[in-house]
Design a protein around this ligand. Structure first.
Ligand code: UD1
Length: 418
C-alpha cells in the first residue's frame, strides 16, 4: 500500500490552486440521473470518490465519461434499481442514489452505506422524509427497499437536524415529485446551493437554497445542463492551516472567501495575517498565534471537516484551548496518532482539551478517515524529522494532487508505492 513520507520543518511559500469541491461534485453527479439529455460538469476534482461515483452511475445505466476535470454524461440505458453492497460500501454519499431513482423509477433498493469511520452515521432523516413523500420503506438483508407505488408527492418535511445528505437527497427526489415540497430545517451549506443551482438550470423550481427553508415545486421533466463546480472550501481551509502551521506565506487561487469566513475569522483573531480578494486568499504568518476555542456546527458555523486540521494547529500554539465536536460522534480519531508526535490532548466526551507543546517530532502514523489524514499530514509538515503516513487511501478520497500541491509550496513530501 502507498505511503506518504514527509521531512517536516519547511515553511510553505507560494501559490496553490484550489480544486473543485468533492462534496459539491458528488450530488451534482447524482443529479445527472434526473435527465436523459447530455450534461457537462467542469472543475470536477480527480479523486477516488469521484471515480467511485462515476463507476456507480455507469453501473446504474448512465453513459458517463471523465476527461481531466470535465465530466460529460450522454444518453441513459434502462436504469437498474438496485445499488449493491460492493458499490455502496465504499462511500456514504452513495445513498444519494435514492432521491433520483425513487423519483424516476418509483423504486430503489440500496445497500446500507459505508464511508468514513466517524460514528454511527444513520440515515433515518433521509428515510423519514422519503416516507413523507409517499414512499414505503423496509429493510431486508442489509438493503433499504424503497417503493412509491403512485409516484412521489410533495409534502412538508421538518428535519430533526440540518443534515447535508438528507437535504440533498430530498432535493433530488422532490424536483420531479407532484406538487410542492417544503423542507424546514434544511442544511445551508454552499454545496447545497450549488446543487440547487444545477437543478434550476435543468428546469427545476427550487427556492430558498442557502436558507433553512427550501421550497420545491415539482416539474414533469428535467433537461441537460452545463455547470462549473464551486471551489472546495475544506481543501482551501487545509492549505490555509498548512501555511499557518509552517509559519509560511501562501496564496490560494480559485476560492470563494465568504465560504471560509468562520475559519478565517478565527485565524485572524489568533493573529494570522489573511487578505481576502474576489477569488483569492493570501495568508502570511507574521507573529506567534494565540490559541482559540472552537465548536463545530452546521454551516455557517465552524465546519466539522476542518476540526482535525484545526486541532493540529492548536497543539503547536503556546497556551490552552478546547474543541467541541457537535456534528459527529467519534470524530477525535486522530488524537491517538497526534500523541505520537508529542501532542498533549485529552478527550472528555464531545470535547478535547489541548495544551500547546513547543514542537512535534516526526513519527510513523496511520490514517483512520479522510480529514484525520489531512491532520496527520499537517502534523508531519510541522514536525522535526521524518514522518511516515500509512493507509493514505483515505486521503486519495478527498485531496486532489495533495503531494504535488504541497511539494510546489516547498514541502518535503513524497509518495512511495509498496
Ligand atoms: C456531509 C459531508 C461531510 C461532512 C458532513 C457535515 C458529503 C459527501 N459529506 O456528510 O464531509 O462532514 O456533511 O458537514 O457531502 N445524521 C443522522 N441521521 C441522518 C443523517 C445524518 O443522525 O439521516 C447525523 C449523522 O450521523 C451526523 C450528522 O447527522 O452525526 C451530520 O450528518 P450529515 O449532515 O447528513 O452529513 P453527511 O451528508 O453524511
Amino acid at each position: 500500500m502507498d505511503k506518504i513520507i514527509i521531512h517536516g520543518g519547511k515553511k510553505l511559500k507560494g501559490e496553490v490552486v484550489i480544486s473543485g469541491s468533492k462534496n459539491s461534485a458528488l450530488p451534482i453527479l447524482f443529479a445527472t440521473l434526473l435527465t436523459d439529455e447530455p450534461t457537462t460538469i467542469t472543475n470536477v476534482p480527480s479523486l477516488v470518490d469521484i471515480d467511485t461515483t462515476i463507476a456507480f452511475l455507469n453501473f446504474i445505466g448512465k453513459k458517463i465519461v471523465k476527461k481531466g476535470n470535465t465530466v460529460k454524461t450522454y444518453s441513459s440505458y434502462k436504469y437498474k434499481h438496485i445499488a449493491p453492497y460492493d458499490l455502496v460500501r465504499k462511500m456514504r454519499a452513495s445513498i444519494l442514489i435514492m432521491g433520483p431513482l425513487l423519483s424516476r423509477l418509483k423504486k430503489v433498493d440500496v445497500s446500507l452505506p459505508g464511508g468514513c469511520s466517524i460514528g454511527a452515521r444513520p440515515i433515518d432523516i433521509h428515510l423519514d422524509a422519503f416516507k413523507k413523500l409517499g414512499a414505503e420503506i423496509s429493510v431486508e438483508g442489509g438493503y433499504v427497499k424503497t417503493f412509491a407505488k403512485d409516484g412521489l408527492k410533495g409534502a412538508k418535511i421538518d428535519f430533526r437536524f440540518q443534515s447535508v445528505g438528507a437535504t440533498e437527497n430530498i432535493l433530488l427526489a422532490a424536483v420531479l415529485a407532484k406538487g410542492k415540497t417544503t423542507i424546514i430545517n434544511a442544511a445551508c451549506e454552499p454545496e447545497i446551493e450549488d446543487l440547487a443551482n444545477v437543478l434550476n438550470k435543468m428546469g427545476a423550481k427550487v427556492a430558498g437554497m442557502g436558507t433553512k427553508k427550501i421550497v420545491i415545486e415539482g416539474v414533469d421533466v428535467l433537461h441537460g445542463f452545463k455547470h462549473e463546480v464551486i471551489p472546495d472550501r475544506i481543501e482551501a481551509a487545509t492549505y490555509i492551516i498548512a501555511a499557518a502551521i509552517t509559519k509560511g506565506e501562501v496564496t490560494l487561487k480559485k476560492v470563494v472567501p465568504r465560504h471560509l469566513k468562520v475559519v478565517n475569522d478565527k485565524l485572524k483573531k489568533s493573529g494570522l495575517c489573511i487578505k481576502e480578494m474576489e477569488d483569492t486568499i493570501s495568508v502570511k504568518w507574521v507573529k506567534n498565534l494565540k490559541p482559540q476555542n472552537v465548536k463545530t456546527e452546521v454551516y455557517p458555523g465552524f465546519p466539522t471537516d476542518v476540526q482535525a486540521q484545526w486541532m493540529v494547529l492548536m497543539c503547536l500554539l503556546s497556551g490552552k484551548s478546547q474543541i467541541e465536536e457537535l456534528v459527529f460522534e467519534n470524530r477525535f480519531l486522530p488524537v491517538a496518532e497526534l500523541q505520537r508526535f508529542g501532542a498533549d490532548i485529552t478527550i472528555n466526551g464531545k470535547v478535547v482539551n489541548i495544551k500547546g507543546v513547543e514542537k512535534f517530532s516526526g513519527a510513523p502514523v496511520m490514517v483512520s478517515d479522510l480529514r484525520a489524514g489531512a491532520a496527520l499530514v499537517l502534523a508531519g509538515l510541522a514536525a522535526e524529522g521524518k514522518t511516515v503516513v500509512s493507509r493514505i487511501y483515505h486521503l486519495d478520497r478527498g485531496y486532489d494532487m495533495l503531494e504535488e500541491k504541497l511539494k510546489k509550496l516547498g514541502a518535503g513530501i513524497r509518495r512511495i508505492h509498496n
